[in-house]
Write a protein that binds this ligand. Structure first.
Ligand SMILES: [Zn+2]
Length: 489
């Protein structure tokens, strides 16, 4: 970069812009081991808030947390054939411990279905022991060849929910409930609208009966799979002898679900909301919502604006009529840094509201509030600042979701697209394309081969087109289902 301070514009190189934002806003850094990352406090603060809210939502839907070990006996992975086939290429294997070769190699968990269902098998005897509704917050390792900060790293943080039920209907209901929880979180907290639906067989989780997903559109019109929820059927229960005595007195295998969301969401947040000045964090997830920058030239002014800035902070913290929680406020009264440089830094970091407070403002008993999302400025009296701040944060949160949804719809194509046109779109700016599919995996594979676009989901009813597509995008035969196609991360 010619100018070290400026970010590469998104329109010029979205991928370079993304890396610069992550590094310069100090969300993460590259680790000594290729493909690993260090999550720095600015990034971890966002993840922590995501975690707290999701955790609350899981608990509100009846789940409890537990913790299972990092190391899994290699033999466990081989018990479910599809599962091992799906994960084998990405496994990290421990062969030595304490200076000795191990009798049985251990796998560093890529996901924990095997060890968790092996434990459930021990704990469940009868239908009275069901359902089990457990979540764990953990790290996992998948040896990925191509990595990107937050989006795909060898080790990442996530949560994985694992449930066991007496009937298939209950398990299916659970998988869909958790898909809904993710959607509520992504739209309500991340201001990131998603399309929900089922994955096709070729995109299904290894070992699942059905996989559901939330797919979000990034600003380069590519899809980000933001979370998944799986109806595992009885596949793992059969592999791990997770059996129970039914109410009628017979024996049956339990029905399982698993569902997860990862630190990838931080990358999704950056690519959904960032602009050419840097990050824009939706207020609900911002570790700091309001930064107060006192402005002074003389020493005399310095004393009084600094003192006033801290008083404003106190009055914001005392602002009670606000849900959820207290306002998160920071005073940036560092010396030796010009106000302009501070504005630049807080804009880069995406803090939703900046309050500027200079001697002249103070004389007039007011401060200037600046929105990070729109850049709009307004003067507010110091007495009403709490009320204004709370309302403004609420507005910002809402308008970020509306903007993101409008952008997505503007870049979505529905109805009657020819395959030639589709190829042109995928070679160019990309889009979310809703089109017919005959259901044949050959058409799905050919499209992927020729355009790199995949079926992201078979969208849930509310996202489908009013007029169902009549023919398959690829072969022109009758369409059996509407599919959402896009290139993806
Ligand atoms: Zn077809």
């Amino acid at each position: 970069m010619a100018d070290d301070k400026k970010l590469t514009p998104r329109s010029q190189d979205f991928s370079a812009w993304y890396n610069e934002v992550v590094l310069k806003a100090e969300l993460a850094d590259y680790a000594p081991v290729r493909g690993c990352m260090v999550i720095r406090p600015n990034g971890y603060g966002i993840w922590e808030r995501m975690q707290q809210q999701l955790d609350q939502m899981f608990k509100d839907t009846g789940h409890v947390n537990a913790y299972f070990p990092l190391l899994i006996p290699e033999s466990f992975l081989h018990k479910e054939a599809e599962h091992v086939e799906g994960f084998a290429p990405e496994l990290a294997v421990v062969t030595h411990g304490g200076g000795k070769k191990l009798e049985e190699p251990l796998i560093i968990r890529p996901t924990s279905e095997t060890i968790i269902y092996a434990m459930y098998a021990k704990w469940v005897q009868s239908y009275r022991d069901l359902p089990i509704l457990i979540n764990q917050w953990a790290n996992v390792v998948r040896w990925e060849k191509r990595t990107r900060l937050f989006l795909r790293t060898l080790e990442f943080l996530w949560q994985e929910g694992h449930t066991a039920h007496a009937t298939h209907a209950e398990a299916e209901e659970e998988a869909l409930r958790m898909l809904g929880v993710y959607r509520d979180f992504m739209e309500g907290w991340m201001a990131m609208p998603v399309i929900t639906g089922a994955k096709t067989d070729s995109e299904r989780f290894a070992g699942a009966l059905r996989t559901y997903a939330c797919e979000a559109m990034m600003q380069d019109n590519k899809a980000l799979q933001a979370s998944t929820s799986h109806d595992l059927g009885q596949n793992f229960a059969k592999a791990f002898e997770l059996k129970f005595q039914t109410e009628a007195g017979g024996m049956d295998f339990a029905w399982n679900t698993s569902w997860g969301a990862t630190t990838r969401l931080v990358g999704g947040l950056v690519m959904t909301h960032g602009d050419d000045k840097g990050l824009r964090i939706p207020p609900l997830l911002a570790p700091i919502e309001i930064v107060i920058v006192p402005i002074w030239k003389t020493d005399e002014d310095k004393g009084r604006v600094k003192a006033a800035a801290h008083l404003v902070k106190e009055s914001l913290l005392a602002w009670e009529r606000r849900t959820p929680g207290r306002l998160r406020v920071h005073v940036d009264d560092r010396e030796g840094i010009k106000p302009g440089a501070k504005y630049y830094e807080w804009e880069l970091r995406g803090i939703p509201v900046r309050v500027e407070l200079g001697p002249r403002d103070l004389d007039q008993n007011q401060a200037i509030m600046v929105r990070r999302d729109t850049g709009e400025k307004r003067a507010v009296t110091l007495a009403s600042i709490g009320e204004h701040a709370a309302e403004l944060l609420h507005q910002i949160q809402e308008s970020m979701l509306i903007d993101a949804r409008e952008r997505r719809e503007h870049n979505s194509i529905r109805g009657g697209i020819t395959y030639d046109k589709f190829r042109e779109v995928m070679d160019g700016d990309g889009a979310f394309v809703y089109a017919g599919w005959c259901g044949d995996t050959k058409c799905e594979a050919a499209i992927k081969e020729e355009t790199k676009a995949t079926i992201r989901v078979l969208p849930d009813e509310e996202f489908r087109s009013a007029e169902p597509p009549k023919t398959c995008l690829k072969c022109g035969q009758a369409s059996t289902v509407e599919a959402l196609w896009a290139k993806a991360y």
